[in-house]
Write a protein that binds this ligand. Structure first.
Ligand code: CP
Length: 340
């Protein structure tokens, strides 16, 4: 499908005063300010604490009566489920459009599908789509908030926020940390959103992978790009292995799984190059024994399931930010708890 995509619309609207400008959509990390990102992370921490303590903030069901629709043109376990869990925790209704059984299969265009869902009563749409820029395209056609659940090789902003929250919990800060992101960088929306967000929060980001999987200069902000994996791993505080995305590549661009593992797969010896309290991340789904030695997934330095759990709190923060208090939100209520 061709969407006639042009330059993305800005993700944020200007607002007066010192408070972070109100978010209308969450289309990417590009366009977020540091204060907006910090406020989302602080709110996610608050929601996580509220869920753990079953606090009154949740018993008020702050999004009661609101309806979130997930529209996923690509498979998902973590992102879609966590949006549904997050919506339920806030008292909202979550509805999924089963794209493979929908009128998309009769040729309905993306804008017609989304406008139909808005007419059916959606208050926000979470969109995953194989075409880069699809979320920006959706935002231009809808008057309700659009959340990018992953667009082609573009961005996956809620995954990056989830990863940043996990780093904060494990290391107490993001600023000043060395973060190595390894693998199929070029095709990874997770890598792009993480590189942009972690740099925004003050980390030093290194990207390393096979030559065919490295991005053009500047495509991932100011991140350092190297073919030398050991250079990226040396002293790293955080290592993020990426899924090999064979669905987004020309055949033969990357080595077959066995060769990929022996050259690029992470094992315990690789972590010896890193900081002693390194945190190992992977956005999932993991190809065990390809990107990461399966035994490392049981290692206490591995935070993969913590990432998954944090996805709920982050998505609660995003939904509440976009839909709470009549659509906008008061930034002053959550700007003090960040703690980094
Ligand atoms: N990390 C991630 O986006 O996982 P899913 O594809 O399962 O949503």
């Amino acid at each position: 499908m061709s969407l006639s995509l042009s330059m993305p619309a800005p993700a944020v609207m200007p607002a007066p005063g010192d408070a972070p400008p109100a978010l209308r959509h969450l289309l990417g990390i590009r366009g977020l300010t540091r204060s907006q990102a910090e406020a989302l992370l602080a709110e996610a921490r608050s929601w996580k604490a509220a869920r753990a303590g079953r606090l009154q903030a949740l018993s008020r069901r702050p999004l009661a009566g609101r309806r979130i629709v997930t529209v996923f043109y690509e498979p998902s376990t973590r992102t879609m489920t966590s949006f549904h869990v997050a919506a339920a925790a806030l008292g909202a209704e979550a509805v999924d459009l089963p794209v493979s059984r929908s009128s998309v299969q009769k040729g309905e265009r993306l804008d017609d599908t989304l406008e139909t869902l808005e007419s059916l009563g959606a208050d926000a749409v979470v969109l995953r789509h194989p075409q880069t820029g699809a979320a920006h395209y959706a935002a231009r056609h809808l008057s309700i908030p659009v959340i990018n659940g992953g667009d082609g090789t573009g961005e996956h902003p809620t995954q990056a926020l989830t990863d940043a929250l996990t780093i904060l919990e494990r290391r107490g800060r993001v600023a000043g940390l060395k973060v190595a992101i390894l693998g199929d960088i070029r095709h990874s929306r997770v890598a792009r959103s993480n590189a942009l967000l972690l740099e925004l929060l003050g980390a030093e980001v290194w990207l390393s992978g096979p030559a065919a999987a490295l991005p053009p200069a500047g495509a991932f902000g100011g991140a350092r790009v190297t073919l030398n994996r050991d250079e990226a791993l040396e002293g790293a505080d955080v290592v993020m292995a990426l899924r090999v995305q064979r669905e987004r590549q020309a055949r033969g661009l990357l080595p077959p799984p066995g060769a990929y593992r022996s050259r690029w797969g992470l094992d315990a010896r690789d972590l010896e190059r890193c900081s002693p309290d390194v945190v190992l991340l992977h956005p999932g789904p993991v190809n065990r024994d390809v990107e990461v030695d399966g035994r490392l997934l049981e290692d206490p330095r591995c935070a993969v399931l913590q990432q998954v759990a944090n996805g709920v709190a982050v998505r609660m923060a995003v939904l509440h930010t976009l839909l709470g208090q009549g659509g906008g939100r008061s930034w002053s209520t959550c700007s003090s708890a960040a703690g980094w």
